[in-house]
Design a protein around this ligand. Structure first.
Ligand code: PMP
Length: 349
């Protein structure tokens, strides 16, 4: 066999349609740029990654190109946040157990047999954060994908799985304040009848990505997707709530949303703050009459929406309920609240 002495390098061609001035529309507005670090690889990678039962140096965590394509259609994941406590000492994972439970729920619906149990995965997350020695806040992503050379178009149920946990530094936007501009998307949220949004599957984010690109093209920061019944569902990476006439209203869990842990946290905290919270179907036009509007998610935290489809929400600044919730949420995740201590897991040093 003839082997060329040197393989010519071919630079990847730039995307034809995204060159030129149009590209600017895809750049994130400053207010929400921090959130986009979720989507772009960190310039600096951590030393370690957890893979299949062991900590391996980042460079050695490789996979054969042939194993990626089909396997990724069936992959599931979780996104967990670890906050540096106000005391500057502790690194605290927020609601780790609930996130891991949801990973197992996603695995069940997708019929993936995770080769590790709850305790092993919990130990994996803690181990990884310990060896990566984060000084500031970090994001942790456990994910599972069918491994090996799957040649079928459809990944069979029960295929052997690999589990990886990776992590990267992640700046909280809780500390920066400010709001964002949202717009209702022309893309419809995937439905429970086609691709359940309740599952945290990578494939579902194709739907969110289409909506996000459209939103940026139209001058919004983030999209709000309606479901197949034309009711409000969620953003591409967060649930949503509105405040109107003193009541907090959020789409029910059967509105085509992920069973968000931040949403659950917000409902609990708002109740403790004396607010009335209602979970029900939400009409699009209710967004336009809201006194306050905000997204809720692990990465997005409590993100106020100050403009929706070009209409100013309330006074155009984060409203009082949103601000009180954000303050309480911040105290909680940074270990300064005496409530819900069970939601915090300290990373061992
Ligand atoms: N919806 C979607 C589509 C998401 O990706 C997320 C982020 N995980 C959320 C809602 C919020 O969920 P959580 O509060 O559990 O992070």
């Amino acid at each position: 066999m003839n082997v060329p002495a040197a393989v010519p390098t071919v630079a990847p061609a730039g995307p034809a349609m995204l060159g030129g001035p149009d590209r600017e529309h895809l750049d994130p507005p400053a207010a929400t740029a921090a959130l986009d670090s979720l989507a772009s690889p960190a310039a600096e990678h951590p030393e370690w990654i957890w893979r299949s039962g062991e900590l391996v140096p980042w460079e050695q965590a490789r996979i054969h190109v042939n194993a990626v394509g089909h396997a990724s259609t069936a992959a599931i994941f979780e996104g967990i946040k670890a906050y540096r406590a106000d005391d500057g000492e502790r690194l605290l994972l927020f609601r780790l157990d609930e996130h891991l439970r949801r990973l197992f729920d996603s695995a069940r619906i997708c019929r993936l047999a995770l080769p590790y149990d709850f305790a092993q995965l919990k130990a994996a997350v803690l181990d990884l954060l310990r060896v990566n020695r984060y000084i500031e806040d970090a994001y942790v992503r456990p994910w599972a994908f069918p491994s090996g050379l799957i040649r079928e178009q459809m990944v069979p149920a029960g295929s052997a799985c690999e589990v990886v946990v990776d992590s990267w530094p992640f700046r909280a936007r809780l500390d920066t304040g400010g709001g964002c501009r949202a717009g209702v998307s022309s893309w419809q949220r995937v439905s429970d009848a086609s691709m359940p949004p309740r599952v945290k599957a990578f494939s579902n984010y194709h739907n969110g990505r289409l909506a996000m690109m459209e939103a940026r093209e139209n001058g919004h920061d983030w999209p709000i997707l309606l479901n197949e019944r034309h009711k409000v569902s969620e953003g591409p990476g967060a649930c949503i709530a509105l405040v109107r006439n003193g009541t907090v209203i959020t789409p029910s869990l059967t509105s085509g949303v992920l069973e968000s842990i931040t949403r659950d946290t917000a409902i609990t905290l708002l109740g403790e703050l004396g607010e009335t919270v209602v979970e029900r179907e939400v009409d699009r036009s209710e967004l336009y009459l809201a006194d306050e509007l905000f997204f809720m998610g692990t990465a997005w935290e409590i993100l106020p929406i100050t403009v929706v489809d070009g209409l100013t929400v309330g006074a155009g600044t984060p409203g009082p309920v949103t601000r009180r919730l954000t303050a309480e949420y911040t105290r909680l995740v940074r270990g300064s609240s005496d409530r819900h201590q069970g939601w915090l897991t300290e990373v061992p040093r």
